[in-house]
Design a protein around this ligand. Sequence first.
Ligand SMILES: Cc1ncc(COP(=O)(O)O)c(C=O)c1O
Length: 416
Amino acid sequence: MHNVCAWSSKELSQIEEVRPVKNAYSFPLENFISREKFERIKEFSRDKETPFLIIDLDIIKKNYEDLKTYLPWATIYYAVKANPDDAVISLLRDLGSNFDVASRYELDQLLRLGISPDRMSFGNTIKKEKDIAYFYEKGVRLFVTDSINDVDKLSRAAPGSKVFFRLLTEGLGADWPLSKKFGSHPDLARQLIKTAIRFGLEPYGISFHPGSQQRDVGQWSSALTIAAQLFNWARHDLKIDLKLINMGGGFPANYLDPTDPLQQYAEDIKRFLDNSFGLVWPEKIIIEPGRSMAGDAGVIVTEIVNIAKKSVHDRYPWVFLDIGKFGGLIETLGESIKYPIYFEGQGSAEEIILAGPTCDSMDILYERTPYFMPSSAKVGDKAYILTTGAYTQSYSSIYFNGFPPLKSYILQSAEG
Ligand SMILES: Cc1ncc(COP(=O)(O)O)c(C=O)c1O
């Protein structure tokens, strides 16, 4: 038996009334950038061909200073890969930062910029022996490792160097987890430490990366607990004192989903260090911020190339920008990183699907995450993708579909 339901016209009109009314478009721009900076970026963009990235060095400086203030017990090794722009590196060099280096090409860049090798670590667990030899020849003496083969290579190509052992972490709670690919379980780490001693290397400490844009500060706690166990084991069983804890990156940038402030992370992590190490903390504690240093400092200026529906009944229009996954926004994979995107204009907030300009169907930015533009937005208008200072330009492809790599500019200080 079907339940037949007949609606009176009054009831139907009531249903009509409760249909959601579209809200006016609004965007909390000032949560991400000051109005003054935004106006300068807009002015700068007026006659420039999009897309491009603008980097604000004042923000990088502030982020560096905040990290020094809130984590005064940590030595900063900036993760160059996040934004290797010469201007960014030179600024951090002058501020006194050290550098986490991922390849010989980054090493060459840092040397060209006059950075001394004792301010660097080779922080990539995946490295060719000839590249290790190159780092060693240039004077680098601090290396990460997570496998027997790598320890073997290090012992031949970087004899006597300091090595730290990267732990496997799960990256749970991170928007961009780095799990599985790097690190070793503690039982393997023990073997690696013993092998390193046998091979004449100096076991220097333990490292981990909690996962990038890590929202769950508890991930530092678990990793520090394991690291402290390894310190104790090394002291009791091997009679050696490990000296270094390298906590990698993981500190957040300011994307759409809010996070705790850096100060909160810092307080929690300090407590975890106390819990794990008591009164005797490791001699040296390193952090390798990338995203939290450079992310907030960038704005990508882009243009709406097309607005299209796929059928007359389509609910959400597709908005095609002149930048997509291949132009530098690869961290939208799985809609993991949710960039704040500002469209200027008025009218109601229209929910949209956002995609890039290439002829690849995976070049879609956001299909599931609700994004909105004002109803006045039209083809040719500019849009501003905020918090794009990290992992964008260095990720952009070389001429995929003929599109050149993402250009970048430095925003000059207001004082000149
Ligand atoms: C070894 C290492 N350290 C630090 C970082 C920077 O991490 P984050 O961008 O989360 O600060 C990365 C990022 O991939 C890394 O691989």
